[in-house]
Design a protein around this ligand. Structure first.
Ligand code: PLP
Length: 390
């Protein structure tokens, strides 16, 4: 093996960084440390760990793997993706302004509008694929630009290198939610983004068995400020979930590549389907973000597919309720495929006017494509479209 972990490939780092052999036993899988507190060498003397909110060996292992694969100086594991985004907003003070993408997860929309605004922050939404509009929407009090590397649910692709330039010119922090993109497809810190966030509940964990969130940064001072916020507010990820997330990371590249390949095949099939009016998938040349995704994401386009049927809310619901393999459920990014109706599920917390403004129509269906075979998933969707009378 190469001497320096930095020279190892992405896949090797997912397996070996943060998962060093246990020196006490030789175990090739690091033990799960459930201790809440650690014996100190003396009064007022501190060892590497003292109290598990401030630091825990199992959490530290997961954070080291993540920092390595996101090309950061450090990473922090939170109790959920929302807790991670909330921690970022706590860098701001009353009177500051957040400029967020309009193609945004509903929970982030709710946090910004119903929690941050109450705390005195200004919030406005802008189309992150229109860099000029982003630059024009920055105010003197803007302190944070928040975008998703692949937007939700339109799967829009912002031009990250341009956003980095705009944010740097205005001296505004740029944070991105890389949940849909994953570090397999895009590593925003390498492009100059300040903060990269994940709902670890999704692809990082990958098995629908944990709720967690992460932040990674490249600047040690910013890391210390976020670490302080995390320790002071306490929304840390528990050791067992860290253990599961670290295990999930070992197969991240394989899962994301394979799921993306199946998603592309399904998107191509849906695109030809007579009952489907529109398919939104960055891998299709018809998607506005296709050239940028091809440039930024190394030949894969992710495993989320959104499509539109010519139907009302109840017909759309009927499609979602009629699949057998695609489970009707919120969340995404796991080995089992999921189907949902954004208007009533993931984006239900949007104001109706904003749903209409940002194209979250009644006929929209969002798929999270899992690891099942293409043939089985295609047949499942076809049967559901027929069952809905389409
Ligand atoms: C893109 C995106 N960001 C953030 C979140 C929030 O993460 P969590 O549910 O882990 O709090 C979600 C959850 O669905 C999501 O889809």
């Amino acid at each position: 093996m190469t001497e320096s972990p930095h020279a190892w490939s992405f896949r090797t780092r997912c397996i070996h960084v943060g998962n060093e052999v246990d020196s006490a036993t030789g175990a090739v899988v690091p033990p799960l440390h459930l201790a809440s507190t650690f014996r100190q060498p003396g009064a007022g003397e501190w060892g590497p760990y003292d109290y598990s909110r401030s630091g825990n060996p199992t959490r530290a292992g997961f954070e080291r793997t993540l920092a390595s694969i996101e090309s950061g100086c450090g990473a922090l594991a939170f109790s959920s993706g929302m807790a991670a985004i909330h921690a970022v907003t706590l860098l701001l003070s009353s009177g500051d302004h957040i400029l967020a993408g309009s193609d945004l997860y509903g929970g982030a929309y709710r946090l910004f509008h119903q929690i941050c605004e109450r705390a005195g922050l200004g919030v406005s939404l802008v189309d992150m694929t229109d860099t000029d509009a982003v630059a024009a929407a920055i105010r003197p009090e803007t302190k944070l630009i928040w975008a998703e590397t692949i937007g939700n649910p339109q799967l829009s692709i912002p031009n990250l290198p341009e956003l980095v330039r705009v944010a740097a010119d205005a001296q505004v922090l740029l944070g991105v939610d890389n949940t849909f993109g994953t570090p397999v497809l895009i590593r925003p810190l390498e492009l100059g983004v300040d903060i990269v966030m994940h709902s670890a509940t999704k692809y990082l964990g990958g098995h629908s068995d944990l709720v967690g969130g992460t932040l990674a940064v490249a600047d040690p001072d910013l890391f210390q400020r976020l670490y302080f916020i995390q320790n002071a507010t306490g929304a840390v990820l528990d050791p067992f979930s860290c253990f599961l997330a670290a295990r999930g990371l070992k197969t991240l590249e394989l899962r994301v590549q394979s799921q993306s390949q199946t998603a592309l095949r399904l998107a191509l099939w849906l695109d030809q389907h007579p009952r489907v009016s529109r398919v939104l998938y960055p891998g299709l040349p018809s998607h506005p973000g296709h050239p940028l995704a091809t440039q930024l994401m190394g030949g894969h386009y992710g495993a989320m597919v959104t499509f539109q049927i010519e139907g009302n809310l109840s017909q759309t619901a009927k499609v979602c309720e009629s699949t057998r393999l695609f489970h009707l459920a919120v969340s995404l990014g796991a080995v089992e495929s999921l189907i949902e109706q954004p208007a009533t599920m993931s984006h239900a917390s949007y104001a109706k006017t904003d749903r209409e403004r940002f194209g979250i129509t009644d006929g929209l269906i969002r798929l999270s494509v899992g690891l099942e075979s293409f043939d089985d998933l295609r047949d499942d969707l076809q049967a559901a479209l027929v069952a809905a009378g389409l």
